[in-house]
Design a protein around this ligand. Structure first.
Ligand code: EPU
Length: 346
């Protein structure tokens, strides 16, 4: 079984094309997984042979090391199944390897509401719950029903309902206590047939006006089209300029710290949260510290959106992290704010 399984794997496989930052990274063994049966075989093999297992989705939110020992698998399983339908909603179970943006398009073309604000986010649907993807005033948690998968230690099935996923801003149980311990196989979403729009985000409002969309009869497709237009204007396409979207989280600080920053920099972009803390726009902080568009060590914070680290010369993760240290240090020196990185470091 052991040698048979490895026969179908690629040896010393470069994952550069499988991560959107285009970081060179060699997997000792690599296999693309297109069925749940093959996934179970990979899990059983890695346990029996005591070979470490690393799981990749769309590779759009990870930082890969130069070399990954053991087996790396990419989840490419496809499929969608309608579980429930009534006059108001449709509940659909998606296989983890489905492309996220294609899923959004599938929904909006069927006039299903819920994820239209999340158009053009790179990656797979199986990776989406890990960091509770969010954009333009909507987070995945608002329409996620449940997440299914396997525990890596026992190959047992798990089913976590929305509440149990412990979703928060760019966070979930899969990034915390279940990190590295599970593989997601299916995600179930409940989408609304009744229009439920979230168009309060200022940039989205402006775009809808410039698209001449009729505010009174906005469809999910209108909103998705506006989001696509904004993202295409501001965010680099990873196929042209390697990047992983927002590289840092927007830091949340106490009211006292916010007030201190505001007194010195009244233009600071911040959003007051329900608990009286303040979420600062990390892009603004990085921009103010002079990093926007500045190429250093072949790495650059994007010239149209300083929150997006770009890797045009395919540097390694080690080189990216040395650059990131400099950005974090300068933000600390200028604002006394700690920036946390958003992608998951494997
Ligand atoms: N800003 C600058 N300079 C910059 C970038 C931003 O001054 O170079 C200021 C702007 O004034 C803007 C504010 O920062 O008003 C916030 O910027 P933006 O509206 O672009 O949103 P963001 O906070 O930078 C977050 C998400 C994005 C998501 C957008 C829209 C995080 C870490 N990022 O970005 O998510 O698309 O809001 O909702 O929360 C991603 O996670 O990969 C991602 C792109």
């Amino acid at each position: 079984m052991t040698s048979n399984f490895l026969e179908q794997c690629h040896k010393n496989y470069n994952l550069q094309k499988l991560n959107t930052l285009a970081v060179p990274s060699i997997a000792e063994y690599f296999l693309d997984i297109s069925t749940d049966r093959l996934l179970l075989q990979a899990l059983q093999f890695s346990q029996k042979a005591e070979i470490p297992l690393t799981i990749l989705g769309g590779g759009s939110n990870v930082l890969l090391p130069d070399k990954i020992m053991g087996l790396v698998i990419k989840i490419s399983t496809q499929g969608r199944e309608v579980l429930l339908e009534d006059d108001n909603s449709l509940t659909v179970r998606f296989a983890a390897g489905e492309n996220w943006h294609d899923t959004v398009l599938w929904c909006v073309k069927k006039n299903l509401y819920g994820i239209e604000n999340l158009a053009l986010i790179p990656g797979t649907i199986g990776a989406a719950p890990i960091q509770n993807i969010g954009a333009y005033g909507v987070e995945l948690m608002s329409c996620l029903e449940r997440v299914e998968g396997f525990y890596l230690s026992t190959n047992e099935l798990f089913i976590l309902e929305n509440e149990a996923c412990l979703f928060a801003y760019r966070d979930s149980i899969f990034k915390q206590s279940m990190r590295g311990k599970a593989v997601i196989t299916h995600v179930t979403l409940t989408l609304s047939k009744v229009p439920k729009l979230h168009v309060e985000y200022p940039a989205l409002q402006e775009q809808l006006i410039s698209n001449k969309a009729d505010e009174d009869s906005l469809s999910a497709l209108d909103v998705a089209s506006a989001v696509i237009a904004i993202r295409q204007q501001k965010l680099p396409n990873p196929e042209q300029i390697p990047n992983a979207g927002s590289f840092f989280k927007n830091p949340v600080v106490s009211k006292a710290i916010y007030k201190k920053i505001y007194n010195e920099y009244p233009a600071v972009v911040a959003y007051r949260m329900a608990d009286d803390t303040y979420k600062l726009a990390a892009g603004w902080l990085i921009d103010q510290a002079g990093w926007r568009g500045k190429l250093l060590d072949n790495i650059c914070m994007h010239h149209k959106q300083a929150l997006v680290l770009t890797n045009p010369n395919h540097c390694t993760t080690q080189q990216l992290l040395a650059f990131v240290d400099k950005v974090q240090e300068s933000i600390w020196d200028k604002f006394h704010v700690n920036l946390e990185i958003e992608p998951i470091q494997l």
